[in-house]
Design a binder for this molecule. Sequence first.
Ligand code: MSP
Length: 636
Amino acid sequence: MVVLKKTKKTYYVTTPIYYVNDKPHLGHAYTSLASDVLARYHKLIGLDVFFLTGTDEHGQKIEEAARVAGKNPREFVDEMSKAFREILPKLNIENNYFIRTTDKKHEKTVAEIYQKLFEKGDLYKGKYRGKYCVSCESFYTEAQIENNRCPACGKELRIVEEETYFFRLSKYQNKLLKYIREHPDFILPVEKKNEVVAFVKQGLQDLSVSRASFDWGVRLPFDRKHISYVWIDALSNYITALDYSPKHPGKKFRKYWPAVHVVGKDILRFHAIYWPAILFALGIKLPKTIFAHGWWTVDGEKMSKSKGNFVRPIQLTERYGVDALRYFLFREVPFGNDGDFSEKGLVRRINNELGNELGNLLQRYLTMVEKYSNSRIPKISKQYLKKEIQKTIKDYEKAFSRYALHEALGVVFKLLAKTNKLINDKKPWELAKKNPKKLEVLLSSVANILSVVSFLLFPFIPSSSEKILRQLGYKGKTDDKGFELAKKFKLVKKNQKIGRKEILFPRVEFREKTKKEKEGEILKTNLKTNLNLISFEDFQKIDLRVAKVISAERVANSEKLIRLGIKADRKRTIVAGIYPYYRPEELVGKNIVIVANLEPRMVRGIKSEGMLLAAGEKIPKLVFVDKNVKEGEIVR
Ligand code: MSP
């Protein structure tokens, strides 16, 4: 007899892979936590889940960040990627795999993917001149640009021209529009889908996907001068992690693909336009859903280096616990919308909802069982609030199917409110004297409700849910089988002895920081970053001098570097990253200010002796000095 093994349905969920030029902050944690909530929920309903996260480590931006940190790129990405990997268990995130784009296996497959696209005729060599955002590593068309700013991140755009391979994105425009039309769940939420459709309808331009001007990436097998330019490299992680290769798709790929991609709204376009087109070209099914969530601000402001207001998730979890943060993020803001984070709001939800509605209910219940029932839960077939419980489960599942995570939490807390009310209305202290049978029904009913609620909350607050179940005396697993038992009111056994009581969410206090403390913090971050105070003696060590620019030319194969021949106290060469803000020819003859006694360093094989003074974080403006001042004069 052939025994057919029942195979479970699968579910594949991914986070974006994180750039390693930054340390994990609240925004990164949010994307990963959302994916973890989805992964845990789908495990609970019996699916075989694969959950992927990782780091995006190639590209010019990373190469530059490594240089600024004084490290070689390899050393730098190893260190930074570790920070992203180590934060996962601290946030109770249970991923199945962590991919790095610098993994050998990934790099090899990316090269194969390029090869296949090339052979298919979907890559061609050309020249690109366009407005380019270094931060997002993308070119933009005039229609997308306002005030020369990147439509995605708002940073200043540069004009860049170079030889590049193009991917025939335009070829897939109509096919993509048709696909989006026919698959209503392909891009969510709907408003975000509409934005994507409008963008595609404006007309897609072919995509520049290689560079010959830097090294840190995957070399193209059919033209070794070129390096993959990061979006094909980055997006491919979703399939290379499943051991896909164009020659052998692989078992894991066949089992788990297509994916649900959770992404921030800023990178939706890459996922909902470029990625599908690449997949069309490779002959691979498109993702099941791409869900774009909103962005978090902090106390009404965007997180930024200049403000030094990055919220570090681990500082919060150390203070308030992991589950409190997980709960807050998905209760505070409808998934898909932007939100504002405030510690005050977090504290409020901990005390009012987690502490009062859930934690106190459990304590109150366990005390009743101790007092009236000898610490054992009676089991009665009658169930209070039965219809409400069933409706809650249905609404909760419906909410999940629409990614309405805040609603899923909302319906559970509504049931908790009803349960608290039930206990108040039934007055157990009176029933104990007058009607012990009814009291047994109440105790049995509330145990069943709490067991169902624990499972419903499990995707959001896994360790607290387990604590509730342990306190109810349940010793089994928090898996799909346990969930099935709970839904049938069979999880709590007759006369089950309750476990040791433990307060779930102790009250927390919020103290508004004083103005002085806030200023102190800003000063501390500034000191750590760029406003380090130095003594007058130290200042006197800096040799600032007027220098005349004698010659200026661009450094070959570089987007920003200009080589300046200058004369200050003596003639020397300085290499500066000021193209395209300054054209070489406009600098010749000008008087500038340099740091004359800076240690020389090698830049692209050129010995650079000194540094120019310039102001402005985004667009450097050189400090010019009147022509009448003689070169070599000391600046004081
Ligand atoms: N490396 C690319 C993604 C490549 S995926 C093939 C990238 N990395 S990132 O580190 O910049 O961003 C990763 C995720 O963090 C994105 O989903 C982004 O939306 C999210 N967040 C970064 N800051 C955020 C907030 N302030 N709020 C919410 N999420 C935000 O993009």
